[in-house]
Write a protein that binds this ligand. Structure first.
Ligand code: DX5
Ligand code: ZN
Length: 222
């Protein structure tokens, strides 16, 4: 099932409630929350408080993408705030220890929250193979994390294809594979064909004058 996940990174932070309502009314499936700590990536965005505040406003899935160092320390905040999915970067975890990613995924699950593992454009699918059995979702970054409005990197579609094939091999053929970065109406068809079924879009949705039309276009409905 194709899910459209507008990223609130590109929304007006002074009117976030309005933005979340607009994407829900516009037909989105997921609210993608880009959490940045100013260390794993240069910018700082928001913490669990943002999720806590938007939680009562929407029935959509809240998907927290943690672009943070030491992600284990943040899980309780986002789980208690009401996130439905929490995704952490293999690159942040591998700096700490070989087992840290799996431990963090288990910690997320212990809160009854779905867990995801993310890989940067230069990482490759193989970096997620070991933990794929643990994951509810795999996130393929199609830009280097930190900023919205960047250009989609088509070479990352190979990572999507490999992860979808690997998921099938381990009996999780219909697991969510999310793609994040530079997704728009022009590349969405190719992205869906490669096997991504959760499409994050920040600037393509919030930069549009018609949120509903932008979401439909990325979903492939005109
Ligand atoms: C990068 C962010 C962005 C954002 C999507 O750290 O994760 O990829 O979600 O932004 P757009 O859709 O504008 O590239
Ligand atoms: Zn993201």
């Amino acid at each position: 099932m194709i899910k459209i996940a507008p990223s609130i990174l590109s929304a007006d932070f002074s009117a976030m409630g309005k933005a979340v309502k607009a994407i829900e009314e516009g037909g989105a499936d997921v609210v993608h929350c880009d959490v940045m700590d100013g260390s794993f990536v240069e910018p700082i965005t928001f913490g669990g408080q943002m999720v806590k505040n938007i939680r009562p406003l929407t029935r959509l899935t809240i998907d927290a993408h943690l672009m943070v160092e030491h992600p284990k320390t943040q899980i309780k905040f986002f789980a208690d705030a009401g996130a439905d999915v929490i995704t952490v970067h293999c690159e942040a975890c591998e700096k700490i220890s070989k087992s840290y990613l799996a431990e963090t995924l288990e910690l997320i699950k212990s809160y009854g929250v779905k867990c995801g593992a993310a890989v940067n454009p230069d990482g490759g699918a193989e970096k997620l193979y070991d933990v794929l059995p643990l994951c509810d979702m795999a996130l393929v970054m199609s830009v280097f994390p930190g900023y919205g409005g960047q250009k989609f990197m088509p070479e990352t579609l190979e990572t999507v294809r490999k992860l979808r094939a690997r998921a099938k091999e381990i009996g999780k053929g219909d697991m969510d594979i999310e793609i994040d970065g530079g997704v728009n109406a022009h590349n969405a068809a190719e992205i869906r064909a490669a096997g991504a079924n959760v499409l994050v879009a920040g600037s393509a949705v919030f930069g549009s004058s018609n949120v509903a039309a932008a979401i439909r276009a990325i979903r492939g409905e005109n």
